[in-house]
Design a protein. Structure first.
Length: 114
């Protein structure tokens, strides 16, 4: 269950941004690729388990799924989903261009008045 490790790193990264601003974390937006090896439901469970007593205690987790996408590194032709992983034009092996990422896209903060 590496989802707990991912959540620990996520909360640590959010704390680096929010703590110096004395901000309250409201929502986290994360993109997870379908080939990233992450079970989104386990990630949500890990987040709900890990977040109490952290800066993310009251923050919602918004997960955006990213579909896998492949293209030819030679001619940049995109391959259709489910197609063989070889360019139909030049025959080169396809390269993964999306779908293996785990990205913290946005942190919504509530910053106190100064």
């Amino acid at each position: 269950m590496h989802e707990y490790g991912i959540v620990a790193a996520l909360v640590e990264r959010v704390a680096e941004e929010a703590a110096p601003r004395r901000a309250r974390v409201r929502r986290l937006h994360v993109a997870i690729g379908e080939l990233a090896g992450v079970d989104v439901e386990l990630l949500r469970t890990a987040y709900d388990t890990f977040r109490p007593a952290t800066l993310c205690a009251d923050a919602e987790l918004d997960v955006r799924a990213v579909a896998a996408a492949w293209s030819c590194p030679g001619c940049a032709r995109a391959l259709a989903p489910g197609a063989p992983l070889q360019c139909p034009v030049c025959g080169r092996p396809a390269r993964l261009t999306a779908g293996d990422e785990i990205v913290l896209e946005r942190i919504e903060l509530e910053v106190p008045d100064v």
